[in-house]
Write a protein that binds this ligand. Structure first.
Ligand SMILES: [Zn+2]
Length: 470
């Protein structure tokens, strides 16, 4: 195809794209190492991208001269360029019921969640929700999410089809649930549910940037037979990078229920472990009320944990204790999750605001260095993707968020009193505004731009950049 304006082309035939401004990226876990050594920050930085990946990152004055052919640069004043945010636990199918009046977790599930999820048999309904979900995520700068769909194949297909349109790196799969929920949502049988899961896994896992997760909703909504078969499937595909995603230790009433249903197991984590569902790329949402022996299993098995403070506060569940998760002798991989629709917004920086308050209830603080690590590289580590996404470094996939330091009249005025970049970022997360993100790049393409008339663009809507296509 032809383009109206010639794009700058590198000798190997692909266009270069740059993003200039303040750049922040993490390279190690500040809960475990000296904070100063865990990040790189450039006051006037440059990110060079090519063919969906990051080619170089550094001070503009040092990096720019290396690329004389780089003329296509988006420059951002008063903003921070960082890796796209990572949402380690969210239910896209609950987007239509976010903000439903809540009581206890189990009652909220029965009254709002299950009736909403029952509608996803209808592909057109699922398509509409997936479309709005991705618009929200990208508007907030989230470029990767670990996502629950629901029982039906239609809910999985609608999700991945929309993800393919943006070329986002996403993780999802069919939810397994064959007891203790309405018939409209229940799997017909354990065997049938596993056959369907394997079919969807073969269809979507590693198709482009899509990744598949085996998802038992939580132990109480699966029969022992379904958990056993799910564990066998997970073990069969574990070497191919398939995920296991579920809920764990969210609230005491849920833990009591698990104890009743599985009296032979010493704790909740051991229920999943017994059925072969615990291993690398097992991601457990919540983990608010965790026994020491459970933390040890999560560490030994190299699991990821999603901290979902907005949801935990909204449903009055429990308080995640990062100082337990990050104990030096057995640290656990932790990222942030919105848990929409238990969570009350789609923004990862706004989750940091809630995470700070949850920690302070226990007189522990959470500074901006640790917070924005959790929002980016921490999430990638929880998903075992820390060599692919979550940092701005050569070879990484070019997923980028651009956070405005002046998203409102008041924050513009307030920022003059904040000196360092981390003071500014702490103000930003604490004010928790909904319009912080200016632009989102996915695999090097600006799929969201707050200032553009058409704010969202699918990857296919961009002009081709390969010279061989001209
Ligand atoms: Zn959840």
């Amino acid at each position: 195809m032809t383009t109206s304006t010639p794009l700058p082309v590198n000798p190997d035939g692909t266009a270069l794209k740059g993003i200039r401004g303040r750049v922040l990226t993490f390279k190690a876990d500040p809960f475990l190492y000296n904070e100063q050594e865990c990040y790189d920050y450039y006051d006037d930085g440059l990110v060079v991208m090519q063919d969906g990946h990051i080619l170089n990152v550094g001070d503009y004055k040092t990096v720019a001269p290396e690329y004389p052919q780089l003329t296509d640069i988006d420059a951002y004043d008063d903003a921070v360029i960082m890796p796209g945010f990572i949402d380690c636990h969210v239910h896209y199918v609950q987007s239509p019921m976010i903000g439903s009046f809540g009581d206890t977790l189990l009652q909220w599930l029965n009254e709002y969640t299950f009736p909403t999820e029952s509608k996803f048999k209808d592909k057109a309904f699922a398509d509409d929700v997936a479309r709005m979900f991705f618009r929200q995520l990208l508007e907030q700068g989230t470029t990767t999410a670990n996502v629950f769909s629901t029982t039906f194949a239609t809910s999985v297909d609608a999700f991945f089809e929309e993800s393919e349109r943006y070329n986002t790196r996403m993780i999802s799969g069919k939810v397994l649930q064959d007891r203790n929920l309405p018939d409209s949502l229940k799997d017909e049988s354990a065997e049938e549910s596993i056959l369907l899961t394997e079919k969807l896994l073969k269809k979507w896992h590693h198709r482009g940037r899509q990744l598949y997760a085996i998802i038992p909703r939580f132990a109480p909504t699966s029969t022992p037979e379904q958990l056993r078969l799910a564990g066998e499937l997970y073990q069969r595909y574990i070497d191919q990078g398939v995920y296991m995603h579920t809920h764990l230790d969210e609230v005491q009433s849920e833990i009591d229920w698990v104890t009743q249903l599985f009296p032979e197991q010493p704790n909740y984590t051991e229920v999943y472990k017994h059925y072969g569902l615990v291993g690398p790329r097992s991601v457990m949402a919540h983990c608010c009320i965790v026994r020491e022996e459970e933390w040890q299993v999560l560490h030994q098995c190299d699991c990821g944990v999603a901290h979902c403070p907005s949801s935990n506060l909204f449903l009055g569940d429990g308080e995640f204790k990062y100082w337990e998760a990050k104990q030096q002798d057995r640290p656990v991989r932790v990222g942030m999750g919105t848990d929409v629709g238990g969570g009350t917004n789609f923004s990862i920086p706004r989750q940091l605001n809630e995470a700070y308050k949850v920690a302070m209830l226990n007189m522990k603080n959470l500074d901006a260095v640790k917070s924005f690590y959790l929002a980016t590289r921490g999430g990638a580590e929880a998903l075992h993707l820390e060599n692919t996404i979550g940092s701005l470094a050569p070879g990484y996939e070019a997923d980028v968020a651009v956070l405005s330091l002046k998203p409102s009249e008041f924050s513009t005025w307030r920022m003059q009193f904040a000196k360092t970049i981390f003071e500014k970022l702490f103000v930003l997360m604490t004010l928790g505004l909904n319009n912080m993100n200016l632009a989102t790049y996915v695999a090097g393409k600006k799929v969201y731009d707050r200032s553009r008339a058409q704010t969202h663009m699918y990857a296919s809507e961009f002009p081709e950049t390969k010279i061989s296509d001209k």
